[in-house]
Write a protein that binds this ligand. Structure first.
Ligand SMILES: Cc1ncc(C[n+]2csc(CCOP(=O)(O)OP(=O)(O)O)c2C)c(N)n1
Ligand SMILES: [Mg+2]
Length: 332
């Protein structure tokens, strides 16, 4: 794994990276609390420990021209791409007035104006879509970098192979980030794959691949900047494996008793938000006190957005059935 060198970011960028990571962290904490209060339903997927990946990667894109296809642990990327706290809360609390009109409680929405295409639930199926976006634009003579994500478990699905091979053959400007957070639900890495690094597969596709520490936001950012440059030059896709730890269960219903405590304790020391706060303090870019003030301000904004979202009505049943497609053959 490559280690982080001197900062590649200006002081303003460093403060912005921390702000986005804090937004992701506070959003996550708020969702876990809302779930326990019975106000959030279904799968609440924590991205605790993954903030540096979602923020550092999306931050490397040009959000007016590139496209982001986030997965279920990438809330940070939504913020980087300009999604409002209100829309995210409305979506996650399944209220009317959200892009999903209350039919979903996670990030399965698309916001074409913001160039965010939220996740296709079927693991692996979103990568061909992201590659297709870049292909369609390439055929029109436009270079659009598509960035998408897959977990260590999802990376074993067949469509991932097809999409990467296709993207490499056609030199598409695609960046795939494999978020290796050690587990896919209760399945550990050792039961998922037998190679050392998931990025080792890149050579088989004839593309560039690298494995990095996913808790280091500037390293993620710098690695993705290189990948974006490669894509814009016409040199094809990049496969980036980020190593992190899933610090909660698969979703909040899962007590993750199958994860050894020592492993969690070990990774807790590498908390991407806390280590970045300490680093910015050391560099005199932002003191700990300033970081606390920023965090409190973000928390206050979050609470206000939750209050506004909870005031919104639920969707009525008829509304919920609109735009839901099924074959006429189903059921008879
Ligand atoms: C093709 C497919 N199989 C199973 C599922 C159900 N499922 C959703 S997330 C998940 C675990 C994914 O693990 P991983 O890819 O490592 O991502 P993580 O949740 O750890 O971030 C499973 C089994 C699915 N959505 N799609
Ligand atoms: Mg995983």
């Amino acid at each position: 794994m490559t280690k982080s060198k001197a900062s590649v970011c200006t002081p303003d960028q460093q403060r912005e990276l921390l702000r986005f990571m804090l937004m992701a962290r506070e959003f996550d904490t708020a969702m876990l609390r809302l779930y326990r209060q019975g106000k959030a339903f279904g799968g609440v997927y924590s991205q605790l420990g993954n903030e540096a990946v979602s923020v550092g990667s999306a931050y490397a894109l040009d959000r007016r021209n590139d496209v982001l296809f986030p997965m279920h642990r990438n809330i940070g990327g939504h913020f980087v791409f300009g999604q409002s706290l209100d829309q995210l809360m409305l979506n996650h609390l399944a209220r009317n007035g959200s892009q999903m009109r209350g039919t979903d409680g996670t990030g399965h929405y698309a916001d074409p104006a913001l160039r965010i295409y939220g996740n296709v639930s079927h693991l692996g199926a979103m990568i061909p879509v992201a590659a297709g976006f870049s292909l369609a634009d390439k055929l029109r003579g436009i270079t659009t970098v598509s960035m998408t994500y897959i977990g260590d478990g999802g990376a074993q699905v067949g469509e991932v192979h097809e999409a990467l091979n296709f993207a490499s053959v056609h030199k598409l400007p695609l960046i795939l980030i494999i978020e290796n957070n050690q587990y896919a639900y209760s399945t550990p890495n050792s039961m998922e794959f037998a190679c050392e690094n998931l990025s080792d597969r890149a050579i088989g596709y004839g593309m560039h691949g690298v494995t990095i520490d996913g808790t280091d936001v500037e390293l993620v950012y710098a690695t993705c900047v290189e990948a974006v440059d490669r894509a814009r030059r016409g040199d094809g896709p990049t496969l980036i494996e980020t190593r992190t730890m899933r610090m909660r269960g698969h979703a909040e219903h899962d007590d993750f008793a199958y994860v050894p405590k020592e492993l969690l304790e070990q990774w807790a020391k590498k908390d991407p938000v806390e280590t970045y706060i300490a680093l910015l303090d050391k560099r005199k870019v932002m003191s700990r006190d300033e970081a606390t003030v920023l965090r409190e301000q973000i928390l206050a904004d979050m609470i206000a957005a939750i209050d506004r979202a909870l005031e919104q009505p639920w969707p009525n049943a008829e509304e919920g059935l609109k735009n839901v497609f099924m074959s006429e053959q189903v059921g008879g």
